[in-house]
Design a protein around this ligand. Structure first.
Ligand SMILES: Cc1ncc(COP(=O)(O)O)c(C=O)c1O
Length: 483
């Protein structure tokens, strides 16, 4: 602890403890350290700490129980209601410019994790569609299978049976991959982080599909990379002519894309375009980082091929995870590298030593017992019917001239309102009504999507969701009417 001024020492100690109590560090009824212990820890005398505790007792924060000690009372004003942290937070509904940077992320996480906000752009599956009970049983079975071996590091880069299952699923989707090439990691973003560390250097230019998931934009910038945004067609994905022009003009050696159900618009590239994308990059000596996180959530009967299935030069690095299909909290993802899988295994080991064998064994059990295939079928149906309800509501509530994307999988879609509508104003007004919705410009480094909003349909279509869409539609209509 920093030296405290003698004159106000006990007041300062009391203030420090009061701050911690307001933030909920100690729950009601829990015991504070004894006067002697705390004094020794701070290097101050017992009398000073006693004075601080008496002050807190007078102010109602703590209670003294004779012969026992000091306890947190039930009347501590918690930060959530009145704390300074909440007051210092910038209100996301006042934001004047939306760009994916660290400051914005802080505001966004605050709004997103506030349970009183309804998040319309949510990119995770709703709790109601997750199969908690089967996952729980499989995690238990995974622990039993591993026994005490699961308490050790999980070398090398993942639980072998799960790697084999992932390799089999990709084989069925047209990717010829050996299980040893699969590198397990803590989610798709962590996989991307590893691939970027291996393939890029600060200052490099990276071509990215635009609109782009804000998390990726932040990650790329953290790596010191310069982003060249390549527009994505709402139905057919990345504009390959624009990519070709950019490759001819700039020294781009890496490209990040989601050919299967792009993050923001839900676009699906054709097989011909996937092949062209991979070949075009190979011709320019460039690599593709393919995010295939939505690939399993197809509404049609056939799982779309990943671009990786057209990789002849070893220039496609596929990253994905179970976050959209099974549960984001499991934190299991994978990398299927182009060249040199050993390099990626080593990189993962340097960063994390190992992943968690217990969780991986649990997921492996889930797949083995057929739950994964059944569950994914359920999620696909669920999302498809939510999308239909969303589209019907958009037709009812959104102003004439609004364009909606038509995703054939995944659970993200994108609405572009007529030009008079300022999506940021809608975002700000909606948040004041506890509706959180991401405006288009959160998905670009420039200001390319001022009239667009992002929607997620991985959650049940409830009355509150319907009501929120109606409110958003009314806000857009009011702007058009000049209000
Ligand atoms: C496009 C995209 N990629 C990756 C992620 C995160 O994946 P993971 O949880 O596996 O790290 C998200 C999460 O919303 C996402 O939307």
């Amino acid at each position: 602890m920093a030296p405290l001024e003698k004159s106000r020492l006990s007041d300062q100690i009391a203030q420090k403890i009061a701050g911690q109590l307001q933030r909920g560090l100690f729950s009601t009824g829990s015991k504070l350290p004894s006067v002697r212990q705390y004094g020794a820890q701070l290097g101050v005398n017992v009398g000073t700490v006693s004075r601080a505790y008496w002050k807190l007792e007078n102010e109602g924060y703590i209670q003294c129980k004779p012969q026992s000690g000091f306890y947190v009372s039930g009347s501590v004003p918690r930060d959530r209601d009145s704390g300074s942290r909440a007051r210092n937070r910038k209100d996301l509904s006042q934001i004047e410019e939306f760009k994916p940077d660290v400051q914005w992320l802080g505001h966004f996480l605050t709004s997103m994790t506030d349970p009183s906000n309804l998040f319309l752009s949510c990119g995770t599956p709703g709790a109601e569609v997750l199969d908690f009970s089967s996952i729980q049983k499989s995690l238990k079975a995974g622990m039993q299978t591993l026994g005490s071996k699961g308490l050790h590091y999980n070398y090398p880069a993942g639980y072998a049976p799960l790697k084999a299952q992932i390799a089999r699923q990709y084989f069925n989707a047209g990717v010829d991959v050996h299980m040893d090439q699969v590198v397990l990691c803590f989610g798709c973003v962590e996989g991307g982080n590893t691939v970027l560390r291996v393939l890029t250097n600060p200052g490099d230019m990276v071509a990215v599909e635009s609109p782009l998931f804000p998390g990726w934009a932040m990650l790329l910038r953290k790596h010191g990379l310069r982003l060249v945004e390549i527009p994505s067609h709402p139905r057919t994905g990345m504009d390959l002519d624009r990519l070709k022009a950019a490759l001819n003009k700039y020294p781009i050696k890496t490209c990040l894309a989601m050919p299967n159900y792009s993050q923001a618009m839900g676009a699906l590239s054709s097989d011909a375009d996937k092949k062209r994308l991979v070949d075009l990059l190979a011709e320019h000596g460039a690599n593709l980082i393919e995010n295939d996180i939505y690939g399993d959530l197809h509404f049609g009967s056939v799982r779309p091929k990943p671009a990786k299935s057209f990789d002849r030069a070893g220039n496609v690095y596929l990253i994905s995870s179970f976050s959209k299909t099974l549960a984001p909290g499991l934190r299991v993802g994978w990398i299927i590298p182009g060249k040199d899988p050993d390099r990626f295994r080593t990189e993962q080991t340097i960063s994390n030593i190992s992943t968690s064998a217990f969780v991986e064994a649990g997921i492996s059990d889930f797949i083995e017992k057929g739950h994964y295939a059944r569950h994914v079928r359920k999620v696909r149906k669920f999302c498809q019917s939510n999308l239909q309800l969303f589209n019907e509501a958009a037709a009812r509530y959104f102003p004439e001239g609004t364009r909606l994307t038509k995703p054939a999988g995944g659970f993200m879609s994108w609405a572009t309102f007529p030009k008079k509508v300022d999506a940021l104003r809608i975002h700000n007004a909606a948040l004041r009504e506890k509706i959180l919705i991401l405006p288009g410009n959160a998905f670009t480094m420039g200001k390319q999507y001022p009239h667009s909003l992002s929607f997620g349909f991985g959650h049940s279509y409830t009355d509150s969701y319907d009501n929120a869409l109606r409110r958003v539609g009314n806000m857009a209509k009011a702007q058009i009417a000049g209000a």
